[in-house]
Design a protein around this ligand. Structure first.
Ligand code: ZN
Length: 268
């Protein structure tokens, strides 16, 4: 599933590739991924110009001359800059652009492509309550997010309304970097542990952001990200030695999800 490093990379690529281009036509193969009727979607998007793209967590926000094009790839998918004569076999939406290229969107399973008119972003329920981007959260903001919360630290990191962009791909390494057990409660962390968590979030996301995201997602040109399996420290590496102390990594059950930890470095 694409998380902050992949989506931030896509937003950056879209910003570079699309700014100033105008949509000349829209083909909708999967109307279910839209938030408004297909005809209204096509009418609003045709003639709109891309201004700027950025990510908020796992969502891409494309600012247009008349509103916003919001994209969420769900469990995974591709956003490709292509040409009509070179379309992939499977796609859900195509935006034709005024330079005769096109933006092609595919979802492996299901995703969202929403149009929100200017000034109405606050009424878009799926994004209105997103927390701050995980890679941009300050130490002071993290303090606020953790304050008085008795739940486990892992579920808090995955709660997109508190802090957005982290999912099951990166959370294991983030907690490992912070030397925190996933079941530690947020309100049990002391000052040094909160600072370690802040650093862990930064250091757990930055390498992948710098490498254009994980290898299992592709960029706008269809090339895979350069954050590879060997860049992952402990996530999904059950039985491998901990890179710090050599203790074998274990997979444990944490509520409804599995977690990968070093039982020595991340003692509860
Ligand atoms: Zn260890």
């Amino acid at each position: 599933m694409p998380e902050l490093p992949e989506i931030k990379s896509r937003a950056k690529e879209m910003n570079q590739a699309l700014a100033g281009k105008t949509i000349t036509g829209v083909e909708v193969v999967q109307p279910k991924c839209l938030n408004i009727p297909e005809e209204a979607f096509i009418q609003n998007l045709t003639g709109a110009q891309f201004l700027e793209a950025e990510n908020r967590g796992k969502w891409i926000f494309n600012q247009l001359t008349n509103g916003w094009l919001l994209i969420n790839l769900g469990m995974g998918g591709e956003i490709l800059l292509s040409f009509r004569e070179n379309l992939p076999e499977k796609y859900r939406l195509v935006f034709d652009l005024d330079d005769s290229s096109c933006l092609v969107i595919n979802f492996w399973w299901f995703g969202y492509v929403h149009f929100v008119a200017s000034g109405e972003l606050a009424a878009h329920k799926m994004t209105a309550k997103l927390g701050p981007n995980a890679d941009e959260v300050s130490l002071a903001e993290l303090h606020e997010i953790l304050k008085g919360r008795r739940g486990g630290i892992k579920s808090l990191l995955l709660d997109q309304s508190k802090i957005t962009g982290i999912g099951n791909a990166y959370v294991h390494d983030i907690l490992f970097l912070a030397r925190l057990h996933p079941l530690r409660t947020a309100d049990s962390l002391n000052e040094a542990e909160i600072e370690a968590l802040h650093r862990g979030i930064q250091e757990g996301l930055r390498p992948s952001i710098e490498k254009g995201g994980a290898f299992y997602e592709v960029n706008l040109l269809g090339e895979p990200g350069k954050f590879n399996g060997e860049d992952i420290l402990i996530g999904y590496k059950e039985g491998n030695p901990c890179p710090i102390c050599g203790t074998p990594i274990v997979k444990i059950k944490t509520g409804s999800t599995a977690s990968y930890i070093c039982p020595t470095c991340q003692a509860i």
